[in-house]
Design a protein around this ligand. Sequence first.
Ligand SMILES: *Cc1c(COP(=O)(O)O)cnc(C)c1O
Length: 710
Amino acid sequence: MRIVSSDLLFTPTPARIARLRDLAYNLWWTWHPEAQDLYRRIDPLLWEQQYHNPVRFLRSVRQSSLDAAAADPAYCAAYDAVLHELDTYLDDEHTWHDRAFGTTSRQLIAYFSAEFGIHESLPIYSGGLGILAGDHVKEASDLGLPFVAVGFIYPQGYFRQELDHSGWQVASYTRLDFADIPAVPATTADGHEVVVAVELPGRTIYAKVYRLQVGRVSLLLMDTDIHPNSPQDRELSARLYGGDQEMRVAQEIVLGIGGVRALRQLGLAPTVWHMNEGHSAFLVIELLRERVAGGMSADAALAHIREQAVFTTHTPVPAGNDAFPLDLIDRYFASYYAHLGIDREQFMQIALQQQPWGPAFAMTVLALRGSRGHNGVSALHGHVARGMWQWLYQHATTRDEVPITSITNGVHSATWLAPAMRQLYDAALGAGWEHEIDDRARWQRVDHIPDAALWNVRHQLRSDLVQFARDRVARRHRRMGWDVGTPVLRDDILTIGFARRFATYKRATLLFRDLDRLRQLLHNPQRPMQIVFAGKAHPADHPGKLFIQQVYQLSMEAEFYGKLVFIEEYDMCVARHLVQGVDVWLNTPRRPHEASGTSGQKASLNGVVNVSILDGWWPEAYDGTNGWAIGEEREYRDEQEQDWHDADHLYRILEHEVLPQFYTRDDAGIPTRWLATSKAAIATCAPVFSTRRMVKEYATRLYLGAPTSS
Ligand SMILES: *Cc1c(COP(=O)(O)O)cnc(C)c1O
């Protein structure tokens, strides 16, 4: 394994534990808590200060701390075990892919995404789409798929969130130091660094390509912040989803077209092109150009590309689908038409969609036209997407004939499972369960977990969350120059979590519809509860920011303080604490706007009970025993009516079902019925809503076809 050029920046590592650096440069450590512990154990405080970033940790750790670890036999034993595990993983010759498809397959899947959520120390994601992409890549590695991922590195990342004294979200951007992340310049076979060139109006833009290793998979990330790009072009990939339409079209050109060129320079010839959302759909145009240059007609080329391409749509809201005015596209693509052997009309026709403001070049249309396999991300979303795009398919006389299928999202279990829960599963499910995560029968054995043991762990995880929240709140108070104040939250009462992007359709404030009723729920002396909120609003989403402010201001009122808490800077670290530590995961989208949602899946995996609108993934999962469903599977014409109806039902579920079940205890103080619900959540959700099931579905239904061997 490669060690980076900036060797000198590192604290010299004793030979006995020298491979701590190799480990830092394979993001495999992000889903192996025992690997993270190798750093934490050396200097727990520094590990927190460096925000769980092993590269930064190794550059700032004291020599004496490393020496002490190298001299500690217990540490060295743990170190040997982790590195043995990593080597075994990387050398595995019996992966699922090889067993199913043999080792002689010449396939290569290229997966394009505008964001990847791999770990909190790598801020190149904003929310669900990115987390899904990160989890997909990790699973592709676990399954041994021939797979390469392509995206951007954003030197200023997504924004960091702080609330001002009034609870108004303030966004700040910090510059990423490339030496701080486990990225190395991608190099060609003859050792040259890969820089791709893409033509934009009146200029050429360059993107340098970095390689990150995610287990067995390479993640290629492009950076435009390099010489000799103009200052404006250097900003192009500076921030995720920053800038205007013009910036966005340029960004998407670099992602789609530059991404293909990066793969070519590396000598890679993907046989499957997966567009995760429409942002990367310009790759279709580049593949078209390549084929036409090779002598194909445009029609034949498009048919050929379609055979190889796969597209996943994530956005049931029309405005969430990128669509550009034709004059903007003209400016960026006028020089391409001739190379594609088609005229402007034909070019526009490929992706034409009427928008309320006029004709547009729509990325979703381009992606649908340029691919053979298309899917939504839950059964319900597939249905919604078929309705949205039916106009594209003249031959489809009913919505059900629209060729958009669905593959329901899942989560990467090892990334999201609390280590303490894993120990329970190790004992109850039997050795090797993590190799058969999608085996439903095996998960029935969660019934073997003794109630007392499960309750103990759930209590411990709740306490950890409470401590985490108190630290974060104290940090905020120090920043604001306030007293630290009384500690927030308790570790022995029902705790509800609500954390997600503060898009208005997610209705974060649904629980505030009737404040008296909420107050009674929070302060019921026999059956109290508390709520932890987290989430960012898009910097341009004013109503979303108002929602955050409303939550925050309520949390500062005397009668809610300490019972209702907002944690700033929702990211993968905050998410992990929440989905592992709360008792109830609350999800209140305005149906049917939630394509899938994955945070509730992370929660179920950890024995947290979902209370959710029947939207996204939940209608597939909910069976009457494994959580609660708010509202009905119906549409409303009036949003106010929908809100009141759903809020009222939510209060009733909490008052009459959730809280009584949680507080009904046996003689030993254990809520046996509650734990039965928790176990049902685990047994029904963990095997199904995992990326293990999901990526196998992508492989067999969209990428590679039916397995060729058993
Ligand atoms: C899982 C996750 C999401 C997506 O959650 P949804 O349920 O889709 O809202 C967003 N952000 C972070 C940090 C996550 O971990």
